[in-house]
Structures are given as C-alpha cells and as structure tokens.
Design a protein around this ligand. Structure first.
Ligand code: NAP
Length: 497
C-alpha cells in the first residue's frame, strides 16, 4: 500500500467513483434547483466532479428531516452504548476505505497523498471511534441537596446542529464536528466548503452503511454566502458549529443574535508564534519551524507563521531554517515523495503572492523563495518563502496569509518574546523551544493561546481539547470537552413528600 507509485495513484484516480449529490433525509439527491458546481483538482485544474449546489429550499427539506429524526428519538434516545456501536462501525468502514478516501481528499484539496493516507484519514477514523467509545462512559450528576430533595443535572443534546467547515482540512474538521455532535445524540446538517465537498459525501455514505438512521446526518454542499447564511439564521436550528475564518465567524455570531440565539461555537484563524531560545536543540527546532509553516502549504490555522528567535542566534538559525525550507519545494500531490502541494485555487495563490509583495514593500527582507513554480501544470504552486527583518507591526506579521510564508522576528529576553507573541488579535496555538524547563514553562504559561507546545510543534491528539483564545474562536473541538458544545445542561429538582 505505502509503496504505491505516482502512476499507481493516477490509475486509481481515473477509476474513482465520485459521489457529488447531496445527502438529504437518507437519500443522495440532486439540488432541487438542479444546479451543480464543478469541483476541480487543484493540482492541475482539471474537473473532478459535478456537485449538487444546494440552496435554501434544500436546507428546508434537510431541517425538516433532521428535526423529525430528532423528535422521533431514533438516535437521540438510543442508549449511548448503541450509538457507540454505530460510530465504531463507521470508523471501521473509514479505515476499510482508507486508500480511496485518501485519494479523493488528495484530489479535491491538493494535499500530498502521503499526508491524506497517513494523517487525515486515520485521524478522522480515530476521532469518530474515540468519541463513540467515550460517550457511554459519561455520567450525569446528582447535586448535593438536603435529603428531602433530589436534583438531577443531565446533559441533553441540543437538537438540530448545523456544522460549517473550511477547505484546508475538510476531513479532519468534519470529523471533529460530526463525532462529538452525533455521539451526544444530535441531528447534524453539514455544509462542507464549496471547494472541497467530496470527502464529506464519501464518509456520509459510510455512516449510513454503519447504521446511522436516516435524517440524523445530512450533507448539503452549497455556497456559504447563501446556503451557509440560511442555516446560520434558521429559526429551527439549535446549534451552529463552525471552523473557518475570523471574519465569517463574526458574521455567524451576528446571525445567531439576529435569529434564535442558537448556540454558536467558532474555531477561527491564527497567526501563531514559534519562539526559539538559543539553548534549544536548534536542529530539531529548525526542522519543526519549517514543518510548522510549510505543512499543508501553510494553509493551516495553527501554522507557526511568526518565528521569534533569540537575537544572539538569529543568523545561524536562519541559515538552518532556509536549509530545511529547501525540502519543501512543491510537487505533484499524488507523488508519494511530495511534501507540499499547490494552493487550493487561484484566489488563494494570488493572496499569498500579494502578501509576498506586501512584505517586500513593508521593508522585510525576502531571504528565501517568493516565486510561483510549476505554472504549466495548471495548478497554483507557491514556493516556500522566508522573510527576515520582520517587525511585528507589519501586516505580514499580523494578518493570516494562509500560505507558505514565514516571518522571522527576534527578541532579546523572555519578556520581549512573550510580548511579541501576544501582540496579535489571534490566540490559537504556539510553541517555545528551550532546554531550560523553567524558561520554557514560564513562557508557555504566559502566551495567550489555546494550545502551546514545549519543544514540539503541532503536538497533541484526540485526548486534548483544541480551540482558540481571543479572535481565534470560542469553542473546543476534540476530547471530552467537545461534548459540552453539543449539549444543554438540564436540572430536575425533585421534592419528596
Ligand atoms: P471561510 O471563508 O471562513 O469559510 C469557511 C466555511 O464557511 C465555508 O464552508 C464557507 O462556504 C462558509 N461561509 C462563508 N461565508 C459564509 C457566511 N456568510 N455564512 C455562513 N457560512 C459561510 O474559511 P476558509 O477560507 O474556507 O478556511 C480558512 C480559514 O479557516 C482560515 O482562517 C483558517 O485559520 C480557519 N481554520 C480554523 C481552524 C481551527 O480549528 N481554528 C481549522 C481550520 C481552518 P464557501 O466554501 O462556500 O465559501
């Protein structure tokens, strides 16, 4: 399996049977309008599939079906032990279809096949299995009342939940939403990103095969500005869980306030600091500084885009990072040796190229990369790029570029490192590298982010919560904490006579 060549993958791609219809109320159907949207392969711009372009009228059918399923209790009232069995079976089916799903995700997103095969697909299966296995170990509460009373504090599903996800990690973010929302008994309507709807449709079919009752999970591809807004302002949707950009997240809070105050949980953007002290393991820190910013072409919410280096090692460390950046030249995503693929589309490519130009104008020094490559392939590939002499006030240090562009800054002491790290509207993730545990821990504690690594970047697994401080959001995906986002607490106070 792992020794498949690029030719093997291309042959398999040509044979792939791709589902582009929406899953509504237990059936794969076209949009009621009959409209479709073409899904393209970012690697070469070739069309992959025609996908249902759903609108408000499709959403109405889906909401009615989701509500009906919830009220009938076909899933919500099922014993958690039985919901577990369905989720575990679903995870198994995802694993059984690992290669086809990894290939589909690679084609739709432009992610390297080695990543989708070894990271995205196994992580999605793990998330669903873990949530299923956890849900029948969650106990509710009896509060400490006087003996003539009994008070029950129960966790109940919200009801109908809409989930809206982005294009950069379609499968992972979908699993992070669906697993806890379904485990807790909700009916869920998923709106994938318009660019990348295919893996969600694929795994939704597997969920039905695993025994998820009709109407409990529906997948509606369609435009965020119309379909997404319709769901977010709907009066009969009880919860909204979102992963995407901070500007859209702000709109969703408004939509919630303007409609029915649906519970709204947001996982948003980032501009994460990666702090390196002179006493760190510099080779490992440099390797991971490159991984932190170039993995997934920098199209990663937690990307370590601000590398904040102790002044005394600036030149030496920069040399090391540039050496590592050379390993990240982009290539064909279906080549198992490729580490970085194309940008998702022309718009994202132009955004990245625009920020590189802006960095130059702002006075930062472009010390590596900066150009487009493989132009003739039809895809939009950008070189890994490194700016030094960056001031944290520059726009390239403040704004989320969402591409393979690293800003290198320097600090004199720990206090200054923390001040620079926290000088951001975002607070999603970060890391600090030092062989002194006192320095490392004090800095990690002072940086205001949801996830902080010490001597690692991207550390963590399904057992720990994930989410942001500040304008990086307000919810938590993963771990048992994710169950809170999809539940209401209900008190029942009983008095004995
Ligand atoms: P985006 O533009 O905010 O879109 C995200 C989703 O929202 C898409 O499905 C989009 O639909 C939909 N949408 C857009 N406008 C909407 C509206 N007015 N009402 C309802 N839905 C709407 O983000 P993106 O460009 O896809 O993804 C990149 C962003 O996601 C980055 O900021 C990244 O940091 C963030 N992200 C955060 C995390 C995290 O866990 N914190 C993880 C991954 C990504 P269309 O596709 O049709 O536009």
């Amino acid at each position: 399996m792992l020794d498949k060549t690029v030719t093997d993958w291309k042959t398999a791609a040509a044979r792939l049977d791709i589902e582009g219809r929406a899953l509504i109320d237990g059936r794969f159907v076209d949009a009621l309008s009959g409209q479709t949207r073409t899904s393209y392969n970012p690697a070469d711009g070739s069309p992959l599939a025609e996908v249902a372009n759903c609108g408000a009228e499709d959403a109405e059918v889906a909401v009615t079906g989701a509500r009906r399923a919830f009220e009938r209790g076909v899933w919500a009232n099922m014993a958690p032990m039985d919901r577990k069995m369905v989720l575990v079976r679903w995870a198994e089916l995802i694993e059984d279809n690992r290669e086809a799903l990894a290939l589909l995700e690679s084609l739709d997103v432009g992610k390297p096949i080695s990543d989708t095969l070894n990271v995205d697909v196994p992580a999605a299966a793990r998330t669903i299995r873990w949530s299923g296995e956890a849900i029948d170990k969650v106990y509710d509460e009896i509060s400490p009342t006087p003996s003539d009373c009994l008070a029950l504090v129960q966790r109940l599903p919200l009801g109908v939940v809409a989930a809206i996800v982005p294009w950069n990690f379609p499968l992972s973010t979908t699993a992070w939403k669906l697993a806890p929302a379904l485990a807790t008994g909700n009916s869920v309507i998923l709106k994938p990103a318009s660019n990348t709807p295919l893996s969600a449709l694929f795994i939704a079919r597997l969920a039905s095969e695993a025994g998820l009752p009709d109407g409990v999970l529906q997948v509606l591809p369609g435009p965020g500005g119309s379909l997404g807004k319709h769901l977010a302002t709907h009066m009969d949707i009880d919860g909204l869980t979102f992963t995407g950009s901070t500007p859209v997240g702000k709109k969703l809070m408004e939509y919630s306030g303007r409609s029915n105050l649906k519970r709204t949980f947001l996982e948003l953007g980032g501009k994460s600091p990666n702090i390196v002290f002179a006493d760190a393991n510099l080779d490992k820190a440099a390797t991971m500084a490159a991984v932190a910013v170039f993995y997934n072409g920098g199209q990663t919410c937690t990307a370590g885009t601000r590398l904040i280096v102790e002044e005394t090692i600036r030149d030496e460390f920069l040399e090391r990072v540039i050496g590592k950046a050379r390993d990240w030249m982009p290539g064909d995503p279906l080549d198992p040796g490729t580490r970085m693929g194309p940008m998702i589309d022309r718009g994202q490519f132009e955004t990245v190229a625009g920020y590189v130009e802006l960095g130059r104008q702002e006075g930062a020094e472009l010390v590596f990369g900066g150009g487009r490559v493989l132009e003739k392939s039809g895809g939009y590939y950008h070189e890994p790029s490194v700016f030094s002499a960056v001031d944290n006030g520059m726009r390239i240090a403040q704004e989320e570029i969402f591409g393979p562009v690293l800003s290198v800054l320097t600090f004199k002491d720990a206090e200054e490192a923390v001040r620079i790290a926290n000088d951001s509207i975002y607070g999603l993730a970060g890391a600090v590298w030092s062989s002194n545990i006192n320095t490392a821990h004090k800095v990690a504690a002072a940086v205001r982010v949801g996830t902080m690594g010490i001597n690692n970047y991207f550390g963590g697994d399904i057992t720990v919560p994930f989410g942001g401080f500040k304008q990086s959001g307000n919810g938590r995906d993963k771990s048992m904490h994710a169950f809170h986002d999809y539940s209401e607490l209900k008190t029942t106070w009983i008095e004995f006579e």
